[in-house]
Design a protein around this ligand. Structure first.
Ligand SMILES: [Zn+2]
Length: 295
């Protein structure tokens, strides 16, 4: 789980002060503090007061780091009636044409009537980690302008995942990208979900796009964490699917789906480790830097 020493300086530039490799600036501890703040808000299902609190927290922290946050509000028909949702889209600067990569997470937690579900890994981990991603990227404005950070609402199904229940936020976001034609500027998307567990093993969906998957595994290899990545035995249905099928871009889901507390009251902070958040943060940053070495 620990990173092997990998300070090639390759991203530093040829002259003047050498920029640190961007991933070395990513703090698992800061990410974990954000996860803690979110989990402490309690269950955060769609349309709840706690989710509004989470929305305010994300917006404040990401804007503090220098990003602009667009609130993408919409309504969806759910088994519980018409619900209001709100995706948060963060960009570095006002120009909406510079972004070519998406890094995203859902920030809602699944609604349960019978248990207190706080979603430490499922909803909490990737959201806190994405806030720290905003802080890290902001230290490299050229790279930050290439990236759109998206916090999806309504990932969780109210009953069971079907074509019409679940993935409300990512379906809406992908439809807006498609209808505006803006989808064409994006080259790939990296989805984060359930990435907090101690002894992390990212379980990639077998249908992950080959080139993107190869690049992520290469990044993991370079950082000495290749053993933290494997393949799941079945396809994983998550927010990357609408990005692939509606917005027509390669999209990969970095998720640890072999997580016994999944969708139980036991998905709590004590199951998580800051080091796990950093593994996924580092690999993603390494991959982004490799795509844009000269930004
Ligand atoms: Zn879930």
């Amino acid at each position: 789980m620990l990173l092997a020493g990998c300070h090639s300086g390759g991203a530093g530039g040829a002259s003047g002060a050498v920029k640190p490799d961007i991933w070395t600036l990513y703090s698992g501890d800061r990410a974990f503090a954000d996860v803690t703040a979110l989990v402490d808000m309690g269950p955060r299902p769609a349309q709840s007061a706690a989710l509004q609190k989470a929305r305010d927290y994300i917006t404040t922290e990401v804007e503090k780091a220098g990003w602009k946050v667009e609130k993408q509000e919409f309504e969806g028909d759910t088994p519980r009636g018409t619900m209001k949702f709100c995706n948060l889209i963060a960009r570095f600067g006002d120009d909406k044409t510079t972004q070519q990569a998406i890094v995203c997470s859902h920030y809602d937690t699944k609604l349960f009537d019978t248990i207190r579900f706080v979603g430490a890994s499922d909803g909490g981990s990737s959201t806190g980690a994405l806030i720290e991603m905003a802080r890290t990227l902001a230290q490299d404005p050229g790279l930050a302008r290439r990236v759109e950070l998206v916090f999806f609402d309504g990932e969780e199904a109210f009953v069971h995942f079907t074509e019409t229940d679940g993935l409300y936020g990512s379906r809406h976001y992908a439809e807006v990208l498609r209808d505006s034609g803006r989808y064409k500027q994006f080259k790939f998307a990296i989805l984060w979900d359930m990435m907090g567990p101690k002894n992390l093993t990212i379980t990639l969906s077998p249908e992950s796009p080959p080139a993107l998957t190869g690049g992520i595994l290469k990044a993991a290899d370079a950082l000495g964490v290749r053993n933290d990545f494997t393949f799941y035995h079945d396809d994983i249905y998550d927010d990357h699917v609408p990005l692939q099928h509606i917005a027509e871009m390669p999209a990969i889901d970095l998720i640890d789906f072999n997580y016994p507390p999944w969708h139980t009251a036991a998905d709590t902070l004590d199951k998580l480790a800051p080091e796990s958040l950093k593994v996924v943060g580092d690999v993603t940053l390494y991959y982004l830097r490799a795509q844009y070495p000269n930004e």
